[in-house]
Every structure is written in structure tokens, then in C-alpha cells.
Ligand binder design. Structure first.
Ligand SMILES: Cc1cc2nc3c(=O)[nH]c(=O)nc-3n(C[C@H](O)[C@H](O)[C@H](O)COP(=O)(O)O)c2cc1C
Length: 149
């Protein structure tokens, strides 16, 4: 069974909280899981299954704590060779076209790196839910097998 590495991008702590709840869920199911808030490319290369949980800042931007990671991945381009991944994006639809832009940037990059998406990106709208973990954790729970098998 693969372990799961969660890469979390968060400005105000919402995505961070979601990632911690997701980690608990994975561990309860017997899946080894680590949360990275300040990751390096090597953490990504060593990951057996990749989960990105990212909010959006600015105008469709990746949160600052993952900015360097994102640009390093772009530069170093470590191919995933079909490694499974899932992206959950936290955003706010009042930002219009830049809704969930941070998560979208990761989704696009992981596809370019030839990862295998186990589901379409989940978009969580802050206008509709005050508890993003209530959407993200059950969604990930449904993906445990696809991520870890
Ligand atoms: C200054 C600022 C800029 C934001 N820009 C966007 C944006 O461009 N697109 C979007 O979907 N959400 C945007 N948001 C909404 C956040 O992504 C959303 O509130 C999210 O839940 C914050 O999660 P966090 O606490 O993990 O950072 C923005 C929020 C703030 C405060």
C-alpha cells in the first residue's frame, strides 16, 4: 500500500486545518500520511501518492508557503510516471475567473508532470461552506483505494 504525502498551501489556516483532518482520516484507515507545509522537490519525488490541498491568494495565486515549491517543480520538472494524485482547491467564487486558481495551477502542473489524476479537482467555495473539511475529507475518503493501491 502506498503512503500519502499531503502538500498544503494555506494563508489563513483553513487549508492547513483540512490537511490535518485528512491526515487523521488516512491514518485511521491504516495509511501512512505526512503533511508538508514547507516542502522541497525531494519530498515530492519521494512521495508515493500526492495530495495537494491549496487555497488561493491574490488573484488566482498559489499561497506563499508553496510558491517556491511550485516554481521549483516547474524548473526541475520531476516526471511522475503515472504516480496517483488528487488536488483539493479552496477558494471563493466571488473572485470570478481566478476562483480556485491556486489549486488549478497545481492540477495543471501535475498533469504536465504525467501524474495520474484519481479524480477531477475538487473546488470548495468559501461562500457556500464554512467547514471545508466537511467536503474535502469525505471526498478523499472515497479516493483512498485509488491513491494507495
Ligand atoms: C487577499 C485574498 C485573496 C484571495 N484571492 C482568491 C482568488 O483569487 N481566488 C479564490 O478562489 N479565492 C481567493 N481567496 C479566498 C481564499 O482562497 C479562501 O478564503 C480560502 O478558504 C482561504 O484558505 P486559507 O485559510 O487556507 O488560506 C482570497 C482570499 C483573500 C483573503
Amino acid at each position: 500500500m502506498r503512503s500519502v504525502s499531503i502538500f498544503v498551501g494555506s494563508v489563513y489556516g483553513n487549508a492547513q486545518h483540512v490537511a490535518e483532518e485528512a491526515q487523521t482520516m488516512f491514518e485511521t484507515k491504516g495509511v501512512e500520511c505526512e503533511v508538508f507545509t514547507d516542502p522541497e522537490t525531494s519530498d515530492f519525488i519521494e512521495a508515493e501518492a500526492v495530495v495537494v490541498i491549496s487555497s488561493t491568494t491574490g488573484q488566482g495565486d498559489v499561497p506563499q508557503n508553496l510558491e517556491m515549491f511550485h516554481s521549483d517543480l516547474r524548473d526541475e520538472f520531476p516526471l511522475m510516471n503515472g504516480k496517483p494524485f488528487a488536488v483539493a482547491a479552496l477558494g471563493d467564487s466571488s473572485y470570478g475567473d481566478s476562483f480556485c486558481g491556486g489549486g488549478r495551477q497545481f492540477s495543471e502542473l501535475l498533469l504536465e508532470l504525467q501524474g495520474k489524476p484519481v479524480a477531477e479537482m475538487l473546488e470548495v467555495d468559501a461562500i457556500e461552506t464554512l467547514s471545508p473539511e466537511e467536503e474535502v475529507v469525505p471526498w478523499l475518503e472515497g479516493l483512498v483505494e485509488a491513491l494507495t493501491e
